[in-house]
Design a protein around this ligand. Structure first.
Ligand code: ARG
Ligand code: ZN
Length: 411
């Protein structure tokens, strides 16, 4: 089919979810945690953002505020209001550059990325294409498949074609609402390309694993997490948690078979086009991968396997060591001296099976498999104001460089 007869789908205006009057609370649950979590699940109007065993951040809808606060007070469970008006936070998160500023930038640089605002998918993909055209000797773009709604899954390969160097996989945006992740990953790309004299490995980088979800966070619901796949027959709820859909220990702890839940596994391992595309890429590639870095937000954690259970792989001491070296480099990457906590996923955060990191470690045998939860530690959560993109991305870059060094030593 030629381009000429392709008709652009008519965009049906979607209802945009508002968070007016919603709040985010940090609940210090300690002993009563179990009870509180089951209460949350019953009241669909309160939803968990993130949490460890004793500290849980939850979104509370306006009509639920009195009920939930009474519940907590009765049990003497302490909580802090982290975000008093979520919609206001959302409205202030991403001040866009003016069209004139953008045009000026594009004229000067050839692309629209400026890392002082969060960009739409088109800008990110346009940037990757720009790099492939501008630096053809080191950059190439390939689409490894299409998302559920048909968007390309664009991977940038950065390589000088050196023989016998390790390959490193980097991805971002598997969870739609974690905006700082694709922003940081594109910043990493910029730095690797600008300093290509220092390239010591081959990089394969997928900045937006979940493009449908990512776009939906701009148009429909800023806090969407899953992909946008259709409900099963007779169902109503959309989307699968892509980080519960990988094929190792699929469906275990920390997952749900209920399509309406945020941690829904999907119908089978790799049921989703986005995860299947990653699997197919690795099935077909000849690259010798020594690191698999997947960027999320928030909480400031460097997590290594396993996530499916509170166990560790045989070489965990090395993962811990390189994790700590990464945390140290992240701390000194900016004047903010950010603290990143290192540990295995299930112990440090919570058990969650079917994650990309566990699959990369167990099935692909990639040594340095890490999930990195970027900024912040809860002050803004997912709604991290755009002015923090650059410092956060500098930390992410420091981690990439540290893991690259370790990969070279072990290669
Ligand atoms: N926040 C991430 C998630 O919930 C953490 C994943 C860590 N890895 C894991 N295999 N559990 O998906
Ligand atoms: Zn995430």
């Amino acid at each position: 089919i030629s381009d000429a007869i392709m008709v652009k789908a008519v965009e049906i205006p979607e209802e945009t979810v508002t968070y007016e009057g919603s709040q985010v609370w940090r609940v210090l649950a300690d002993n009563d945690q179990g009870e509180f979590v089951s209460y949350l699940q019953e009241t669909g109007e309160v939803s968990k953002w993130v949490g460890t065993e004793s500290v849980i951040d939850v979104l509370v809808r306006p009509d639920m505020i009195p009920r939930v606060s009474r519940f907590l007070r009765e049990r003497q469970i302490k909580y802090d209001v982290m975000i008093p008006d979520l919609q206001q936070a959302i409205d202030q998160e991403n001040p866009l550059p003016s069209p004139e500023e953008l045009e000026e930038l594009q004229g000067r640089k050839g692309h629209k990325m400026e890392w002082s605002s969060y960009h739409r998918l088109d800008d990110i993909h346009g940037y990757l294409d720009y790099l492939a055209v501008t630096y053809p000797s080191i950059c190439s773009v390939m689409s490894i498949g299409n998302s559920f709604e048909g968007r390309p899954l664009k991977v940038l390969r950065i390589s000088k074609g050196q023989p016998n160097v390790p390959s490193i996989w980097i991805d971002g945006g598997i969870h739609a609402r974690e905006w700082v992740s694709p922003a940081a990953v594109t910043y990493i790309i910029d730095n690797l390309v600008e300093n290509s004299d220092d390239l010591k490995a081959d990089y394969y980088i997928l900045p937006v694993v979940n493009p449908d979800g990512y776009e939906y966070t701009f148009r429909g619901d800023r806090l969407w997490r899953k992909n946008r796949s259709s409900p099963e027959k007779g169902g109503v709820c959309i989307g699968v948690d892509l980080n519960r859909n990988f094929g190792y220990k699929w469906g275990g702890l920390g997952t749900s078979k209920q399509p309406c839940r945020e941690i829904y596994t999907g119908t089978s391992p790799f049921s989703e086009p986005e995860t299947a595309a990653i699997k197919n890429f690795f099935d077909a590639t000849a690259g010798n991968f020594s690191a698999y870095l997947t960027f999320h937000s928030y909480g400031q954690y460097i997590l290594y396997p396993w996530g499916y259970d509170k166990r560790v792989p045989p070489d965990y001491a090395e993962l811990e060591e390189v994790g700590r070296a990464s945390a140290a480099s992240m701390k000194s990457a900016t004047g903010d001296h950010s603290i990143y906590t290192v540990g295995n996923s299930a112990t440090t955060l919570y058990a969650a099976s079917g994650g990309a990191d566990d699959w990369a470690k167990a099935m692909l045998k990639i040594k340095y498999a890490y999930t990195i939860e970027l900024r912040d530690r809860g002050r803004h959560g997912f709604i991290l104001p755009a002015k923090y993109i650059i410092p956060t991305a500098q930390e992410a870059l420091a981690a990439v460089n540290t893991v690259t060094m370790a990969s070279l030593k072990n290669y």
